[in-house]
Design a protein around this ligand. Structure first.
Ligand code: SF4
Length: 365
């Protein structure tokens, strides 16, 4: 039985990533079988509860207000709308709803109170609830935990070195600090990244060092292939090949044996054969639903057909960890503190982000 190590080096991870493919696949599939049922795949539905208008400058993201993309912004959804979508997701086989809001960080106030109510509502439907709301403080993490949050997503995106080439409005340490705040509660951590942003293999390995040396390692690691959206700074990036995706999934599986490795953005570009190889290499989670926040994703019926073809079964909720209790707002031990944490704003210059911003201004003239 392989053990979970927290001292992986970049060189060791690169050696794995560059192994002859059949050896890499064999090693990853062996470890996968030691720690997981290879025929079970967890299915999450991603719901954009507040779309667009984000003040950040993430080079891959069509929701950043400064770029001109065809994303239509929406205010925060209502609890009622979220409940209806969660019920639909449950009926189609999802065990988890992940709610995403295009915020830099969470601010205490009526909108966050609404999100807490959404968490309570979905947990009462006996579904796992995940949120991805940007940076959060320890107190906000406790409030989410009390509401019944199962997981908090906060991606590291890439290596610390390459992160500076993609985002200038916050620092890598802010990401790690938010993960640390989540770890002070019983909420599980979901954190992964994106390949295909122009990074080198060394950066992919660097990201896996950052994730695998966390103790405990994240319970979920989404691996996204960049979906290059017109108007974003990364609009001209060539798609990553399926072989890079398979190598990334297999390497992630080996260095984080217990985690759920999630095939995330970019699945519309993958054949069923390619996805099957990713499952063989250790992926055991997908995002379902025809949209991933704002980018396309395979239809849920197509996914269920693929599951049937491959003999895969959707995982039931709360298999890895017990369902958290929901504490009602009136009984909460953690009140809103109205904190104003000093999250970093490095604001270094990223030429392609600046160019995309200028282009957007031209279009809107
Ligand atoms: S990835 Fe998140 S933080 Fe970055 S611009 Fe998009 S919505 Fe904002």
């Amino acid at each position: 039985m392989s053990i979970t190590r927290h001292n992986w080096t970049k060189e060791e991870i690169l050696d794995l990533y560059n192994k002859p493919l059949m050896e890499l696949l064999y090693d990853a599939a062996t470890i996968h079988r030691e720690h997981h049922d290879p025929n079970t795949v967890q299915v999450s539905t991603l719901l954009s509860i507040k779309t667009g208008g984000c003040p950040e400058d993430c080079g891959y993201c069509p929701q950043a207000a400064r770029y001109h993309t065809n994303v239509e912004g929406n205010d925060l959804m209502s609890v009622h709308q979220v409940k209806a979508q969660a019920l639909r997701a449950k009926a189609s086989g999802s065990s988890r709803v992940c709610m995403g809001a295009a915020w830099r960080n969470v601010k205490d106030g009526p909108e966050f109170d609404e999100v807490l109510e959404m968490v309570r509502t979905i947990n009462k439907l006996d579904m796992e609830v995940c949120c991805t709301l940007g940076m959060i403080t320890e107190n906000q993490a406790h409030r989410l935990a009390e509401a019944g949050l199962y997981a908090y997503n906060h991606n590291l995106d890439s290596s610390e070195e390459y992160y500076k080439e993609v985002i200038s409005t916050r620092g890598y340490q802010d990401r790690l600090d938010t993960i640390d705040n989540v770890r002070k509660t019983n909420v599980t951590v979901c954190s992964g990244g994106i390949i295909g942003m122009g990074e080198k293999s060394e950066d992919r390995a660097g990201m896996l060092v950052a994730l695998s040396t966390l103790n405990p390692q994240p319970e979920s690691v989404p691996i996204n292939a960049l979906v290059a959206v017109d108007g974003t700074p990364l609009e001209d990036q060539e798609p990553v090949s399926i072989w890079e995706m398979i190598r990334m999934v297999a390497t992630t599986r080996i260095v984080m044996p217990e985690t759920q490795v999630r095939l995330s953005a970019g699945r519309t570009e993958m054949s069923r054969e390619g996805q099957a190889m990713c499952f063989f290499a250790g992926a055991n989670s997908i995002f379902a639903g025809d949209k991933l926040l704002t980018t396309p994703n395979p239809d849920v019926n197509e996914d269920m057909e693929m599951f049937k073809l491959l003999g895969l079964n959707p995982q039931k909720p709360f298999i890895k960890k017990m369902q958290p209790e929901t504490i009602e707002a009136a009984d909460s031990q953690y009140e809103a503190l109205g904190e104003k944490p000093k999250w970093t704003r490095p604001e270094h210059r990223i030429d392609r982000n600046e160019e995309a911003k200028l282009k957007a201004k031209e279009v809107l003239k």
